[in-house]
Design a protein around this ligand. Structure first.
Ligand code: PMP
Length: 349
């Protein structure tokens, strides 16, 4: 056997593995994580939960207790909640369940890269519609593209990497006129406080995504899909058995039930966001964009130079420089006050 590449599924041939470069630096503000680890109290609670786990047994396949906890928090029925190994897995499950048959995955550009990567890996057609000059949806173009074909539209709300929430009216119109599924990915909801959850009853084609990754539990890999029971029933058909391990379930449950840790961290980050915006806008040559998230997109005179100089000073952010809307743009995650100060000082230098 010589040519393994000949055997590869055509849609996978051109793909590249997801790669995050992780230089060894002190201040990591590149991945939209929370800077706050679990409190001592919560760690003790988690340790107690883990002590009583049956490690020899498969986890609860339906994640009943954890789905109950999410449902209670979100004001929906447990049957409307499905859990995934990060919301990445849920994106994959949605496309597996609703894709195929010559349809298309419709996304704005720029947006979270995994919509496109996962869609391509599953052999879907991807249509990207550029955002307008204020990084909002180009509604006529989106509506034109949705066409009569079956489609799955992904809207990151707020949008990664631009940081802003798209216009609510534009999303509503897409929901109304779309022939297909519309996913409103609220990964950064805790920092925007804006949600389409209350609209689930109006739109049978709406799916909401949430994650615990941005509020201090990125290590867990836990995402939630919220939709009508009809939709969760369909997506559940492609879910692998036992996709959420017992430790994941136990830790997430403990964290959700004592939600104050999460709320406290979120509150601090929102305060720091306002402070960072002010400090950044005082720096000459920096243009910042409005953020409803735990990160800020900004433009520098020379993004590559800025990025490398920051790494040299021990600060890692995300360089998004590319031709088009993100020319000379960088994205910085809001960290702790000390981390943010290190970033601002390094940038000033
Ligand atoms: N959606 C958006 C918009 C994101 O930015 C991210 C993380 N970068 C995800 C989903 C994936 O989150 P998770 O860690 O839950 O897979």
């Amino acid at each position: 056997m010589k040519e393994i590449s000949r055997l590869v599924r055509p849609s996978v041939r051109e793909l590249k593995a997801y790669h995050v470069s992780e230089p060894d630096v002190a201040v990591k503000l590149h991945a939209n994580e929370s800077p706050f680890n679990l409190s001592e109290k919560l760690r003790e609670l988690v340790a107690r939960e883990i002590e009583t786990l049956d490690f020899n047994r498969y986890p609860d396949p339906s994640c009943a207790k954890l789905r109950d906890a999410f449902a209670l928090r979100l004001g929906v029925r447990p049957a409307q909640v499905l859990l995934g190994n990060g919301s990445d897995e849920l994106i994959q499950m949605i496309i597996m369940a609703f894709g195929g048959q010559g349809g298309q995955v419709l996304i704005p550009l720029p947006t979270f890269s995994m919509y496109r990567n996962i869609a391509l890996s599953l052999g879907e057609n991807v249509t990207s519609v550029p955002l307008d000059s204020s990084f909002d949806l180009d509604l006529p173009a989106m509506l034109k593209e949705k066409g009569a074909r079956r489609s799955i539209t992904f809207l990151s709300y707020p949008n990664n990497p631009t940081g802003n929430c798209f216009s609510e009216a534009a999303i509503s119109e897409i929901l109304e006129k779309s022939q297909g599924i519309v996913v409103v990915d609220e990964a950064y909801f805790d920092y925007s406080k804006k949600s389409f959850i209350s609209r689930l009853k109006d739109y049978p084609n709406l799916i909401i995504l949430r994650t615990l990754s941005k509020v201090g539990l990125a290590s867990l890999r836990l995402g939630a899909l919220i939709a009508s029971e009809k939709i969760t029933d369909i997506v559940n058909r492609v879910r692998l058995p036992y996709n959420i391990g017992s430790m994941q379930q136990a830790v997430a449950l403990a964290a959700l039930e004592s939600g104050s840790d999460i709320e406290k961290g979120v509150g601090l980050i929102i305060k720091e966001r306002a402070r960072m915006c002010e400090l950044l806008s005082d720096i000459e040559g920096i243009e910042i964009f409005r953020s409803d998230s735990n990160f800020i997109l900004f433009r520098a005179l020379d993004a590559d130079l800025t990025f490398n100089a920051l790494v040299k000073r021990g600060v890692l952010i995300r360089n998004l420089n590319s031709d088009g809307a993100l020319k000379n743009c960088l994205r910085v995650t809001i960290g702790s006050a000390e981390e943010n100060d290190s970033f601002i000082n390094a940038l000033r230098n």
